[in-house]
Write a protein that binds this ligand. Sequence first.
Ligand SMILES: Nc1ncnc2c1ncn2[C@@H]1O[C@H](COP(=O)(O)OP(=O)(O)OP(=O)(O)O)[C@@H](O)[C@H]1O
Ligand SMILES: [Mg+2]
Length: 320
Amino acid sequence: MALIEVQALAKTYRTGLFRRTVVEAVKGISFAVKAGTVAGFLGPNGSGKTTTLKMLLGLIAPTSGAAFMFGERLPSVKARARVGFLPENPYVYPYLTPRELVEMNGRLSGLRGRELDRRTDQVLESTGVLNAAHRQARTLSKGMLQRASLAAALVSEPELLILDEPMSGLDPVGRKDVRDIILAQRSRGRTIFFSTHILSDVESLCDDVVILRSGEVVESGRLRELLGGDVIRTDITLANVTDALFASLQSAGKAPVARMGATTLSVRGERAVREVLEEALAAGADVVEVVPHRETLEDVFMRRAGAASAPPVMAGSSPT
Ligand SMILES: Nc1ncnc2c1ncn2[C@@H]1O[C@H](COP(=O)(O)OP(=O)(O)OP(=O)(O)O)[C@@H](O)[C@H]1O
Ligand SMILES: [Mg+2]
């Protein structure tokens, strides 16, 4: 079942004098996020991720198209109550403490008394802010504020978590904590949809990905299928390579490199791998290593979203 379903969703911002500058931030995108999965939302700066997430949360209205959460057409108060949201740059009132922030969110979602205390302690602990729970927000670092805001999103134990760059501003330990929180949430059957620029986090966490470019979906689906494609290159390492073998590989255009007693070369295609290995073994060389390389998420990202994209701003149509 799809927990989030987006159909031809579009958002056009109008800004500037007489609202003449038109920004097509999201251009009629469609995708779905399945229940119980971790889905990554990727795309270069300005590709429309935050705009899309804000439309899902009902913070801005779409220009056209439709979105559904838990099968309810948005905007829906009922659906919104089942979602925990971490905004891109969480604003926390400077004199509020993390505990007050989390309690306030808990109360807003109907928690009271001992249950509120228990859940507050639990999320402050799991996000690593318990020891700073009584400090005012204005004295906290960016990373601590990010953790406190994540705690606030988790306190109601929402079925769906929508996180806009949850790892931003966090040190490596903080990033690992957030990864662990996301995995712990998934193991409890929750669904997580989060935007990020950190591709290695997506590779280690996500079941599915949606990649945006200039307000359009350029790739979406199972991460494993996206990356499970053909071997794009094989690195071969040989030892005991004679000068004659080296020269032969070189003249065959295999570009061997000799370093510290080993010779390495990269080849494309199964046939080329077999040819090199046969020739090397026949010449008495030793095969130290044969490493096939498949496309990484970075390769996919650069291919689909990385090329210089047209700015989404359209010229104003009215004369000055
Ligand atoms: N309130 C707004 N008014 C006008 N234009 C906006 C507004 N918010 C966003 N935009 C524009 O819409 C486009 C998409 O922005 P958005 O913030 O959704 O991108 P993003 O993918 O979240 O980028 P980032 O990775 O930098 O967070 C950008 O060109 C941005 O300048
Ligand atoms: Mg953003």
